[in-house]
Design a protein around this ligand. Structure first.
Ligand SMILES: CC(C)(COP(=O)(O)OP(=O)(O)OC[C@H]1O[C@@H](n2cnc3c(N)ncnc32)[C@H](O)[C@@H]1OP(=O)(O)O)[C@@H](O)C(=O)NCCC(=O)NCCS
Length: 159
């Protein structure tokens, strides 16, 4: 699917928030991701007042103008990555991942839930390797999680 990857602006706050909540409440997520630890209006406020104005947020946009994917990048972390639940497995996550690697060429880390096996396959396919597992006592959802890391390939030794 053809999408444009671009930085989110204040005009995108509602679309980003709607997409994030739809993705978190989708039937697929209900089977694989624990429910959010915050109410929907708290999440919308956080996206509008914190994420969009102060954080590095990228969106995938269709030619229609619809926002169909969201990527939140920290210094060396993928903090959030969500694709429209109606449009998963159509290459949108890969486009966002390509942008994340371009923006963080030194490497990336992320957490995913142990229950989210689809995301794990996605990250392994994109060269991430498992670093550690936790029992979830240190995350808001209290759900077992895996940390993955991606490091760019170094130069090939010829000796
Ligand atoms: C995980 C996610 C970001 C991947 O984005 P995407 O646009 O669906 O992925 P792409 O189409 O670029 O890549 C698809 C590949 O990823 C893997 N994959 C992604 N989701 C998968 C799933 N549910 N089950 C199995 N494999 C999956 C597969 O390798 C797949 O390739 P295939 O379809 O040829 O088997 C997206 O599916 C999503 O938003 N999922 C729900 C929210 C989520 O889990 N976010 C990550 C939180 S850590």
């Amino acid at each position: 699917m053809q999408v444009t990857i671009r930085r989110a602006t204040s005009d995108d706050a509602r679309a980003v928030s709607d997409l994030y909540l739809r993705a978190r409440h989708s039937a697929a997520s209900a089977r694989t991701i624990p429910p959010p630890a915050h109410e929907d209006d708290e999440i919308s406020n956080w996206i509008e007042q914190v994420v969009i104005p102060t954080r590095e947020c990228w969106v995938a946009e269709r030619s229609s103008g619809a926002v169909v994917g969201v990527l939140l990048l920290g210094a060396e972390w993928i903090d959030q990555l969500y694709v429209d639940p109606e449009l998963t497995r159509a290459g949108i996550g890969t486009e966002l991942m390509t942008a994340a690697k371009r923006e963080r060429p030194e490497g990336l880390r992320l957490w995913t839930f142990v229950s989210n096996q689809g995301a794990q396959r996605f990250y392994l396919r994109h060269g991430f390797r498992e670093i550690e597992r936790t029992d979830g006592s240190d995350n808001e959802e209290r759900a077992p999680a895996i940390q993955y890391a991606w490091l760019p390939a170094g130069p090939v030794s010829t000796t």
